[in-house]
Design a binder for this molecule. Structure first.
Ligand SMILES: *[C@@H]1O[C@H](CO)[C@@H](O)[C@H](O)[C@H]1NC(C)=O
Ligand SMILES: *[C@@H]1O[C@H](CO)[C@@H](O)[C@H](O)[C@H]1NC(C)=O
Length: 329
């Protein structure tokens, strides 16, 4: 209770948005009751943790030293998917998760004031999605944020950031007591350790979802990952053998629409309509502008404004900061 109060005060003075994964295997004994009556204290225990959670339960320490801001180039110059301290290490008291295929894990992340469009900070921003990535086999590591692609997304492992949350509202303030994301370990995960990346897709991406996009089953291309936490699952009791867990028929051959934007769409060079070009003849940094695109050359080796899709690296660049505008959006 004390910690919650401290975290609310901290939130009030902290302008930066963030979230991280707190627990991989959460057991909540009164979820429905707490959702119906958010005054109640949520009764929960954690049976499996993210990597190297040395300050477990210390919200302030973790918000300073545990979360990972993917797109801040000065904090993450090498473009890593995991905070370097999040190695495959589980100190005593904060063990790795053990699970069977078909078992549903309840992952818990922090809402931190971002669970609602009409409240919190910043106001009128979509809470976005949480989702999971995996290299498709055991003992394989996702190292770079450029690997957090649709191809390495665990099909179906995506949920609204705040669809399953206990949120207490007092006046115009919210206290997000717990945000959950239920995920069932796929049956094609074989026995052994599986490295996973939890990501909060919160930034707006340049790419858009296909017209028949189904938010419950399809990868959300319109959101760019902003924050990640890495964890492992020791899978036991599986009868799957060695196959690539990503190769399901529906994911084969599906690429982020960005790839097709980069090769076939028209864009306005330097933002000038009189200066249009097509696909790979254009400068590398693309920005959405309604139905159109503007494209620019690198400046000092980087895309000049936040929120670009870098067609040369095939990568969503960092998001626009509060003080920059995404050009022409
Ligand atoms: C990136 O991180 C640095 C160091 O913490 C901070 O000073 C800066 O404001 C951050 N930049 C953005 C765009 O958030
Ligand atoms: C998440 O849910 C909220 C509340 O229903 C909604 O406003 C928002 O658009 C949803 N976001 C996504 C990405 O599905």
């Amino acid at each position: 209770m004390k910690l919650q109060l401290v975290s609310l005060i901290f939130l009030a003075v902290s302008a930066s948005a963030h979230s991280w994964l707190e627990c991989v295997d959460t057991h909540v004994s009164n979820l429905e009751a707490a959702k119906a009556n958010p005054e109640l204290e949520v009764q929960q225990t954690c049976k499996g943790y993210p990597r190297n959670k040395v300050n477990n339960g210390d919200w302030i320490q973790e918000s300073k030293t545990y979360l990972w801001d993917l797109n801040n180039d000065s904090l993450n110059p090498d473009g890593l998917a995991c905070r370097p301290s999040q190695t495959n290490n589980y100190p005593s008291g904060v063990p790795m998760t053990t699970a069977k295929p078909g078992q549903t894990l309840r992952l818990r992340h922090w809402g931190n004031g971002h669970s609602r469009y009409d409240m919190g900070s910043p106001l009128n921003k979509d809470p976005g999605v949480v989702r999971l990535y995996h290299r498709g086999m055991k003992e394989a590591e996702i190292r770079l944020k450029s690997e957090l692609t649709e191809q390495n997304w665990v099909k179906g492992a995506q949920a609204n950031f705040s669809a399953n949350a206990v949120i207490q509202i007092t006046g115009n303030k919210m206290n997000e007591k717990a945000n959950y994301f239920d995920w069932t370990v796929p049956t094609n995960f074989e026995n052994g350790r599986h490295m996973m990346v939890w990501a909060w897709g919160w930034g707006s991406a340049v790419t858009s979802n296909p017209p028949n996009f189904n938010p419950t089953t399809d990868y959300n291309n319109a959101l760019m990952n902003s924050w990640t936490t890495c964890f492992d699952i020791m899978v036991e009791g599986s009868s799957a053998t060695g196959s690539d867990s990503r190769s399901s028929p529906s994911s084969a051959g599906s690429h982020a629409p960005a790839t097709s934007i980069c090769s076939s769409k028209k864009c306005n060079r330097g933002g000038m309509a009189a200066n249009s070009c097509t696909g790979s003849d254009c400068p590398p940094c693309w920005y959405a502008a309604g139905e159109k695109y503007n494209c620019f050359d690198y400046k000092d080796g980087k895309c000049p404004f936040g929120g670009a899709y870098d067609c040369k690296k095939n990568l969503q660049a960092r998001g626009a900061t509060r003080f920059e505008r995404t050009p022409f959006e």
